[in-house]
Design a protein around this ligand. Structure first.
Ligand code: SAM
Length: 200
């Protein structure tokens, strides 16, 4: 990952969502991206130029655009029509982004479009985020990394986020994943955690 004076940046063409530029690089703000927040907290696995990535919950492509600046290819799944329009625009300017309009709870629908990947990044803010992760696990290579951005309040708005995180970790482990870290994303994102998992 590239940092300039401690600021996380990515090496692509700017002007995607009004992001700042720094010495010709795009500033990747941890307040606008949970993935950037995870890296700011010193967690996760670095993105590499050879990586193929499945991104679930792409929205309008803010984070996807930075991931695409680092990786070989990003399969970007989003089910809402409005953000999909912006995502298609991101894919027009970044030809290594493959926009897929699909429901992440139904991986069979996009399985024909996606190859085995080195990393899955999930940011879907749904009640059953662990279930979605386990349903998409077959896309991950045996030595790959699964990064789940957990929004605790989407799982249970009344429960203590720590309890939701612990319950989610247990569900992922019961499904065969090895949880390497579960990191709260405060002060950048309230009641969120980045859960980093491997298969072996
Ligand atoms: N990851 C984005 C970023 O950092 O730029 C923000 C993602 S936003 C928190 C969550 C997105 O997930 C929304 O755009 C929503 O439409 C999408 N989403 C929620 N459930 C989904 C599902 N089952 N399948 C596909 N997309 C879903």
């Amino acid at each position: 990952m590239i940092r300039i004076d401690g600021v996380l940046v990515s090496p692509g063409e700017g002007g995607v969502y009004g992001e700042r530029m720094l010495q010709g690089y795009r500033v990747w703000d941890p307040r606008r991206s949970k993935l950037a927040a995870m890296y700011a907290k010193g967690e996760g696995r670095d993105l590499e130029p050879w990586m193929r990535i499945l991104y679930l919950g792409a929205a309008n492509g803010t984070t996807v655009s930075h991931v695409a600046d680092y990786a070989a290819c990003v399969y970007a799944v989003e089910f809402a029509p409005r953000p999909m329009q912006d995502l298609i625009e991101v894919a027009r300017r970044r030809t290594n982004v493959v926009p897929i309009m699909a429901d992440a709870t139904r991986p069979a629908e996009y399985a024909p479009l996606v190859e085995a990947v080195d990393m899955v990044i999930q940011d879907v803010a749904q009640p059953d985020q662990a279930g979605i992760a386990l349903a998409n696990l077959p896309f991950l290579k045996p030595d790959g990394v699964y990064i789940l951005m957990l929004k605790a309040r989407s799982v249970d708005v009344r429960a203590d986020p720590e309890t939701v995180i612990a319950t989610t970790v247990r569900a992922l482990e019961a499904g065969g994943l090895i949880v390497q870290a579960a990191t709260r994303l405060e002060p950048f994102h309230r009641d969120h955690a980045a859960i980093v998992c491997t298969r072996q």
